[in-house]
Design a binder for this molecule. Structure first.
Ligand code: NDP
Ligand code: CA
Length: 308
């Protein structure tokens, strides 16, 4: 059964409806690559033991499973086999696509390349199609990837297009321009495969809402997307909050975009507050990633009248 998500939005819908037939719960999360988290990120306030895989993996799976999402979009996955096996016990099937030149591979004792993954509840959806892409920038392949899957809702018969990506990291105007080009390529890829199906596009875009890519996504003519957490034109203050050598990094770079003509946002999960997570921020002994998980409930517009 569904639990209520703590709402960020004041206009939370409390109607009693057969939720799992008309709604889709989506979880989006950059769960922090094990290899990068230990060797690259240099989170200065995070105790080493918090990053041990044998400890972290339980927190990661707990965080994913506790919300009972129908669709799970993940980035920085470098333990796909573990997730596939663990999530299979909860009824999920999944797919993975690695980065072509993952920074993990340059680190001793890596567990393979990191990449994007999508999981879905096999009871609820029938798999139709999977497409992967190495995102191109000015027609040249970059090191960032995307996955699309077409799923058929077994109850409604409706087909959905689910997509996920992890755009190039780091700040600066040049990199923001590069992300915008990656995003355009991503949107072309998504619209080519979605045709007129409802779209859910999740990811770590590594871009704050002020970056060009954010408006590029929202202004795409054919896809007509809105941001699930960005109601009233305002995104939450952060989706990641960490302390590095150069200081605290607290900003919004992860999103769930959806077809605004096809879905209504019913609920979104509120992130932990600064007090919840403490001075050392995340990751920590209690939070396994430096990003928070975004969870939202989407309801099909066309089912609204007949089911409420
Ligand atoms: P990105 O710039 O996209 O970043 C890779 C990862 O680093 C992301 O997962 C990102 O996390 C994380 N990251 C972001 N900011 C920081 C930071 N300040 N400190 C530590 N980690 C951070 O990299 P690319 O995918 O473009 O890959 C890097 C390239 O570098 C590869 O193509 C590889 O060839 C090369 N490389 C070479 C090495 C060598 O030894 N020769 C070593 C490593 C990489 P998030 O998205 O959460 O911000
Ligand atoms: Ca990272």
């Amino acid at each position: 059964s569904f639990q209520n998500l703590s709402p960020l939005t004041p206009n939370k819908c409390n109607e009693i409806i057969p939720q799992n037939q008309t709604q889709i719960r989506v979880l989006q999360w950059n769960l922090l690559s094990q290899t990068l988290g230990i060797n690259n990120d240099n989170f200065v306030c995070c105790p080493d033991e918090a990053l041990h895989w044998n400890r972290r993996r339980y927190l990661l799976t707990e965080e994913i499973i506790k919300y009972s999402p129908d669709i799970i979009c993940l980035q920085e996955v470098d333990h796909f086999k573990y997730l596939k096996k663990t999530l299979a016990t909860q009824g999920y099937e999944g797919m993975f696509f690695p980065k072509p030149d993952s920074p993990c591979m340059y680190i001793k004792d890596n567990n393979g390349p990191d990449g994007c993954a999508i999981f879905y509840l096999a009871d609820k959806f029938e798999f139709v199609q999977k497409e992967t892409r190495i995102l191109e920038v000015w027609r040249v392949q970059s090191n960032q990837v995307a996955i699309i899957t077409i799923l058929k809702d077994k109850h409604t018969g409706e087909e959905l297009c689910i997509a996920t990506t992890h755009l190039k990291a780091r700040s600066g105007a040049l990199l923001a321009a590069l992300r915008n080009e990656q995003g355009k390529d991503l949107l072309d890829f998504v619209s080519a495969h979605a045709s007129d199906r409802p779209v859910i596009l999740c990811g770590d875009f590594n871009a704050e809402p002020t970056e060009p890519i954010y408006s590029t996504v929202l202004n795409h003519q054919a896809l007509r997307l809105s941001s699930a957490y960005g109601y009233g034109g305002c995104e939450p203050p952060y989706t990641t909050w960490k302390v590095r050598q150069e200081g605290e990094v607290c900003h919004t770079i992860d999103y769930i975009f959806y077809s605004k003509d096809k879905f209504k946002v019913v609920d979104v999960l509120q992130f932990p507050t600064g007090d919840d997570i403490g001075q050392g921020r995340v990751p920590s002994m209690s939070y396994p990633s430096d990003h928070f998980s975004l969870v939202c409930d989407l309801r099909f517009n066309n089912l609204e009248i007949s089911n409420s």
